[in-house]
Design a protein around this ligand. Structure first.
Ligand code: 9MR
Length: 360
């Protein structure tokens, strides 16, 4: 059981920063490039284990095969992994009826060998769908049959090996309206309930999650999820978890009511999880941005540790060597806690300190 202590968030953040800054100042970058980010007995996963949460990362499976320091960091520091791309529909069924599970299977085997859980990502999404699916003029009935087959075949393929499934990803707009997707247009809102039911049928053990970004605090989007979860629960739809991606940016800060938001979903009987945390910044980095970044990572981690049913905290990549951010946000980057040479930033030490305090 996690022990809940009466530390204030501010006290924790300043503790973490105090402990983090001198350590980073003492780093010799050349030596640290080959040095593990943490001593083994203080790895994130050892500390997270004591604190009662899983600590995860998204994994770039190409890098996993090619880059030994990257792979060793994942083995040493993380107790959960999420395929960054290789379980998305476009990659698992590039041609209609022809599955390619090879890359995803390798990651699942890697996780098993290293005692890591797997967050399956993602079954139903508007993005990264195969062209044959989105370009061909399927009727609504055909699309429903295709979605059903996709969910059931994929969940069945990995049955017993997936801890959490992100069943439905990014289904609402920021204003709380339903996102206009191939699924909504053709199947109506019921596609979400259907997907959860199919996933449960295919693997009764896996925990089934909703997942989105910009839903950390109490806002129009998280309100839409709250209403949806109540409806799904009333209809006995098997939804188990609320996933908060946690893509933050130092210039926008951290919503102060993140913990309150976690709590209201937990009160509906759900588990919660941070699923894709990173904290980007406008480049170049400077000391204040770096400090704000450490606070962003720890604020979400603290919220998770203060909540009752927050079971995991996953980074969307841990090193700038492979981050998605610079490709998507012009002029922004440095979004992860290890730089491109795997040298820890204050955010890394801050997370370690937060986990250490929580595990005492
Ligand atoms: O990090 C992923 C990147 O490599 C892909 O090109 C991109 C395609 O849309 O998806 C990225 O991951 C996204 C995740 O699957 C869902 N939430 C937002 C993530 C960042 O875009």
């Amino acid at each position: 059981m996690r022990v809940h202590k009466a530390w204030s968030a501010a006290a924790l953040a300043s503790l973490a920063l105090l402990a983090g800054s001198p350590a980073v100042a003492a780093e010799d970058p050349a030596a640290a490039a080959v040095k593990p980010a943490s001593p083994r007995e203080q790895s994130l996963r050892v500390l997270a284990d004591r604190a009662g949460v899983r600590i995860g990362t998204a994994v770039d499976t190409t890098a996993l095969a090619a880059d030994a320091p990257y792979r060793e960091t994942i083995e040493r520091e993380f107790s959960s992994v999420t395929p960054e791309n290789v379980m998305k529909w476009q990659l698992v069924e590039p041609q209609q009826g022809v599955y390619d599970w090879a890359a995803a299977d390798r990651l699942v085997d890697f996780a098993r060998a290293n005692g890591q859980t797997v967050r399956g990502h993602t079954l139903v999404w508007h993005s990264q769908n195969p062209d044959w699916l989105t370009e061909d003029a399927f009727t609504p009935a055909q699309l429903r049959a295709l979605l059903r087959k996709h969910v059931i075949d994929q969940v069945t393929h990995f049955k017993g090996r997936i801890w959490h499934w992100d069943v439905a990803n990014e289904i609402f707009n920021d204003d709380g309206t339903w996102r206009d997707t191939i699924w909504l247009r053709n199947l109506g809102k019921g596609y979400v309930a259907d997907a959860f039911r199919w996933a449960r049928q295919a693997d009764p053990q896996a925990k089934l999650f909703l997942n989105d970004y910009n839903n950390e605090g109490v806002n129009a989007k998280s309100d839409a999820y709250y209403r949806l979860v109540r409806e799904l629960k009333a209809q006995r739809v098997p939804v188990d978890g609320y996933g908060i991606q946690g893509h933050l940016a130092v210039q926008y800060g951290v919503p102060g009511d993140t913990l309150a938001n976690l709590r209201r979903f937990e009160a509906l009987g759900l588990q919660t999880a941070f699923t894709e945390v990173d904290v980007r910044m406008p480049l170049p980095a400077d000391p204040i941005k770096v400090q704000a970044q450490a606070q962003g990572f720890t604020a979400l981690l603290q919220a998770c540790l203060l909540a009752r049913r927050c079971v995991s905290y996953t980074l969307w990549g841990f090193t700038d060597r492979y981050s998605w951010v610079p490709d998507v946000f012009d002029g922004e980057g440095s979004a992860t806690p290890l730089d491109a040479d795997l040298v820890p930033k204050p955010a890394w030490f801050a997370m370690r300190d937060t986990l250490t305090l929580a595990g005492r």
